[in-house]
Ligand binder design. Structure first.
Ligand SMILES: *[C@@H]1O[C@H](CO)[C@@H](O)[C@H](O)[C@H]1NC(C)=O
Ligand SMILES: *[C@@H]1O[C@H](CO)[C@@H](O)[C@H](O)[C@H]1NC(C)=O
Ligand SMILES: *[C@@H]1O[C@H](CO)[C@@H](O)[C@H](O)[C@H]1NC(C)=O
Ligand SMILES: *[C@@H]1O[C@H](CO)[C@@H](O)[C@H](O)[C@H]1NC(C)=O
Ligand SMILES: *[C@@H]1O[C@H](CO)[C@@H](O)[C@H](O)[C@H]1NC(C)=O
Ligand SMILES: *[C@@H]1O[C@H](CO)[C@@H](O)[C@H](O)[C@H]1NC(C)=O
Ligand SMILES: *[C@@H]1O[C@H](CO)[C@@H](O)[C@H](O)[C@H]1NC(C)=O
Ligand SMILES: [Ca+2]
Length: 512
């Protein structure tokens, strides 16, 4: 009971502290205190104050020249004025990200739709000059009604390429040729689908909802507790929430729930009072803080990494292959220095049932969790570093001379009987090479052919006519006991000679 209660308290504590906030912690082990390293990321925050805003086309902001405008509610009350030269009446873009003090609503406003039927188009580009990860709902607050058609785009590469993120219209089919969908209709399998929603574009009256959202929270919540495993393993999921720039394309203003009334175009325009982008700095799970350096956000990198997004190894740590950290294994993740593949692989994989991260497809004849071993049949060249492409040298064990193709760590193969040398391609004394090492039958040293016999390829003695035997040690006899006796004693004498290491001709006669 107590244990369970304690666990619940710890669980609650972890919740309030947020996961992955700690990059490392000092833990005591049998070897003393050591740093344990974890995957870590900065807290999500409002990124409004770091956001740069650009509006297009030039001249889209109202007030130059000064202009009168009406409202959709009360189209004949046109007392409001926009004048760029008067601070009290100006509506510049930065009012989309200011802090509104004293409850005073401040907003950016465009020119009115005087040039109807030419469309009233405006682009708002938001840039941070830093990779961020959306952590909550993007919210844009429209005063005087929300657009009836709008597109949200994002860029992951500082505005070089753009991708649609979401479409908004009061009629998706008409505006974008898409069927209307809601974020609530998504399931984990299509969590990253780009949808067109009609939820934020219908006229609800000026007092109604002013907010247009990109519902990141709903999409993230689809995965429940399994979110981090999904972020880790589902291709494109992390990227879906990542951006460096966002762009709102305003395509048609609020119309007050009816058709465009040509006799009063001064009530059509866009006005935005606030844009909230709750996000965290993308630090590739190698940093828990993000700071402003010379006006640009930078991650404070741990785990021996560096760069604005901790996207590479620090100087002096280049031998390690850079990897983003991993949300897995839960709860702390890994900084992925454990997924050190010494440059022999650029892919790591989490093995669920072992709860480890391991290199996949080690190249250059390496193997192992970190590609730190040599494949069977290869051995480590200790004079080069582990990250050298030629670190594993082929054993080169002779196929005939060795028991198998593996060698020990210094390149020595295991030899069959009689074979020798590091590669087992030589023979021990007393053996000769013939598809491997074969025991000698005769040679020049110990097993010398007798009685003028000559040794043929260590395999047999070629005996003169009157002698026989393996070493030609027997006289050819025509039978008889003496002969048997003589040959027996000759054999004994021969073995004695061998035993004493003598060599030379032993004259063996055939007794009369
Ligand atoms: C908005 O941006 C898009 C994409 O770059 C461009 O095609 C379009 O002309 C821009 N619209 C305006 C009004 O500048
Ligand atoms: C954007 O960030 C990069 C990298 O930190 C920096 O070199 C560059 O000056 C920044 N650009 C702007 C416009 O701030
Ligand atoms: C997502 O998939 C579910 C089930 O296949 C489907 O019912 C739903 O309409 C899809 N949502 C979108 C936005 O495509
Ligand atoms: C910030 O800018 C100053 C002047 O441009 C430069 O000397 C300094 O090195 C920059 N700091 C960083 C961390 O880039
Ligand atoms: C960073 O480098 C230090 C010094 O080599 C090492 O002790 C530490 O374990 C490294 N950190 C990680 C996360 O690899
Ligand atoms: C081990 O590496 C050194 C240095 O590159 C090289 O000279 C040597 O030949 C290599 N040894 C083997 C057995 O390949
Ligand atoms: C490898 O085998 C050779 C020959 O048996 C031996 O001399 C050497 O010590 C062995 N090396 C290791 C590291 O076991
Ligand atoms: Ca404002």
């Amino acid at each position: 009971m107590l244990h369970a209660a304690l666990l619940m308290v710890l669980h609650a504590l972890a919740r309030t502290r947020g996961q992955y906030e700690l990059c490392k912690s000092l833990v005591s082990t049998d070897d003393g205190a050591v740093w344990e390293q974890y995957a870590c990321q900065p807290k999500a925050q409002s990124t409004k104050e770091y956001m740069r805003i650009r509006v297009e086309p030039p001249g889209i902001t109202c007030g130059n020249p000064p202009e009168r405008f009406c409202t959709l509610e009360n189209p004949y009350l046109c007392s409001d004025e926009c004048d760029a030269s008067n601070p009290d009446l100006a509506h510049p873009p930065q009012l989309m990200k200011d802090r509104e003090r004293g409850g005073l609503l401040t907003y950016w406003q465009t020119v009115t739709w005087r040039r109807y039927p030419e469309p009233l188009l405006a682009n708002i580009t938001l840039s941070w000059n830093k990779s961020l990860e959306l952590a909550g709902d993007l919210q844009v607050v429209f005063e005087y009604g929300r657009p009836t058609a709008m597109a949200l785009d994002k860029s992951l590469d500082h505005g070089r390429t753009w991708h649609p993120y979401q479409f908004y219209a009061d009629d998706c089919a008409e505006a974008f040729g898409m069927s209307p969908r809601r974020a609530a209709d998504l399931v984990p399998g299509n969590a990253t689908r780009v949808i067109c929603t009609e939820e934020y574009s219908r006229w609800v009256g000026a007092k109604g909802d002013k907010v247009v959202r990109f519902e990141a929270r709903k999409r993230l919540a689809l995965f429940g507790e399994g979110l981090y495993a999904r972020l880790e393993n589902t291709k494109g999921l992390r990227d879906f929430f990542t951006f460096t720039n966002l762009r709102l394309r305003l395509l048609r203003p609020a119309l007050g729930g009816t058709y465009v009334q040509r006799d009063n175009l001064l009530k059509y325009f866009y006005a935005i009072s606030n844009i909230e982008v709750p996000a965290r700095c993308k630090c590739n799970l190698h940093g828990s803080q993000c700071v402003l350096v010379n006006g640009t956000l930078h991650c404070v990198c741990e785990h021996n990494t560096t760069g604005q997004d901790c996207q590479r190894c620090k100087r002096g740590f280049r031998a390690k292959s850079w990897k983003p950290g991993s949300y897995l294994p839960t709860p702390h993740g890994l900084p992925n220095t454990y997924c050190e593949c010494y440059g022999h692989s650029n892919r790591c994989s989490y093995i669920d049932y072992l709860n480890i991260i391991t290199c996949v497809s080690c190249k250059h004849n390496t193997r192992g969790q970190n590609c730190q071993h040599c494949r069977w049949g290869f051995y480590r060249n200790v004079s080069v570093e582990l990250d050298d492409e030629s670190v594993c040298v082929e054993c080169g064990c002779h196929q005939m001379g060795s028991l198998h193709d593996r060698c020990n760590s210094t390149g020595f193969c295991q030899c069959k009987k009689g074979a020798a040398g590091a590669k087992c391609d030589e023979c021990l004394p007393g053996y000769h090479w013939r598809q491997g090492c074969q025991l000698n039958v005769c040679d020049e040293e110990l097993l010398v052919c007798q009685n003028g016999g000559t040794c043929e390829q260590n395999q047999r003695c070629l005996c003169p006519a009157h002698f026989q035997g393996v070493l030609c040690q027997h006289a050819r006899c025509e039978g008889g006991s003496m002969c048997d006796h003589a040959s027996a004693s000759a054999a004994a004498a021969l073995s004695l000679a061998l035993l004493l290491g003598l060599s030379g001709a032993l004259l063996l006669g055939c007794a009369p």
